[in-house]
Design a protein around this ligand. Structure first.
Ligand SMILES: Nc1ncnc2c1ncn2[C@@H]1O[C@H](COP(=O)(O)OP(=O)(O)OP(=O)(O)O)[C@@H](O)[C@H]1O
Ligand SMILES: [Mg+2]
Length: 322
């Protein structure tokens, strides 16, 4: 079955072979911010680590089984619906680690990862009516990354500002150009600076200028939105399985309850207004202590990035220059 390119029109791959540069955080934060019941979003967790599935979104998943079956046999994807309102997930996990071994014998077995994934994803996207599908990818894993680059319509590359991460961008840029030379439709939307210090303005401008040099010729520029460094909020997002908006709400509620306790009314208040548990994912009822006092700055970075992403997609779709 040939994939209908129109149904893959809004598929965005977030990738960088370098580890720990914010791929998963960006995918799950953007998905959480964009998704609404009337604006559906699909997250495809194409990483054997399964961080988007189990850590950030806090669901059990299927260890990557359905995505693996789709890649290997073109079987339909099993989507976990509404893990948040309007947010669906194709879970990732360790079963995806078999891809390397399978691709090593692809010439003999006739395995075509790209055709299989495109067909399965086109079917899922057509059925789900997604505003956007975001694919999270793991570090390394070249065969799967190459297949994703030949499946997605757009590419977003997160990076930190250290030299090793910037070299990761260069390596990925080469893989991207190769995929395009071989006919892939993927289009680089830009690079996002992650874990950045908003006050280091001179350093940030230098890094963005360097990145624009790396991207020269690709037609893309770096995103003007950066994701600020906020380790306390990052810990909370992952440990408590919260999206940025959920963390802002949980943190405000926790401060309110702390204040109520300090004023001596905590016990009575809590009976009427139970202290919101950070562990508010799908029925969890253990209380998680939040480390972040004010995660709103980080949440507003993600909000701005979501807007910039949707604007860049809209610009690409109308064919206007970025
Ligand atoms: N705003 C932030 N400031 C500082 N650290 C952060 C921030 N957001 C996330 N982190 C932390 O940075 C680390 C890397 O983030 P993340 O897992 O999103 O990167 P990744 O590129 O997906 O990594 P991998 O290559 O392992 O999949 C994680 O430990 C995460 O908790
Ligand atoms: Mg990750």
């Amino acid at each position: 079955m040939e994939a209908d390119p129109a149904t893959l029109q809004r598929v965005v791959l977030v990738a960088n072979q370098k580890g720990g540069v914010g791929k998963t955080s960006i995918v799950t934060a953007l998905a959480g911010l964009i998704a609404r019941p009337d604006r559906r979003v699909l997250v495809v967790d194409a990483d054997p680590q399964g961080n988007a599935t189990t850590s950030d979104l806090g669901i059990d998943g299927d260890r990557g089984r359905s995505l693996m079956m789709a890649l290997q046999y073109g079987e339909p994807l099993q989507v976990q619906r509404d893990v948040r309102p309007g947010l669906d997930v194709v879970p990732g996990g360790p079963l995806l680690a078999q891809i390397g071994a399978l691709t090593a014998t692809a010439a003999q077995t006739g395995l075509d990862l790209v055709a299989n994934l495109r067909a399965a994803l086109a079917h899922t996207c057509a059925a789900g009516g997604y505003t956007v599908a975001l694919i999270d990818s793991g570090p390394g894993d070249a065969p799967l990354l190459d297949a994703l680059l030949r499946t997605a319509r757009y590419l977003v590359v997160p990076t930190k500002d250290d030299d090793a991460s910037l070299s990761g961008v260069e390596l990925l840029a080469l893989r991207y150009l190769k995929a395009r030379q071989e006919g892939a439709a993927v289009q680089l939307l830009g690079v996002v600076l992650f874990d950045a210090n908003p006050r280091a303005t001179a350093r940030n401008s230098q890094v963005l200028a360097d990145l624009d040099d790396v991207l020269a010729g690709s037609g893309a520029s770096s995103f003007s939105t950066m994701i600020r460094s906020d380790r306390a909020a990052a810990l909370d997002l992952r440990a408590a399985h919260l999206t940025p908006a959920e963390l802002v709400a949980a943190s405000a509620a926790q401060s309110k309850s702390r204040l109520a306790k300090l004023r001596g009314g905590g016990g009575r208040h809590r009976a009427d207004q139970p202290e919101p548990t950070a562990d508010n994912d799908n029925g969890g009822n253990g209380e998680v202590r939040l480390w972040s006092r004010d995660p709103s700055g980080l949440a507003s970075d993600y909000q701005a990035l979501a807007r910039e992403l949707l604007t860049r997609i809209a610009t690409a779709e109308t064919g206007a220059p970025a």
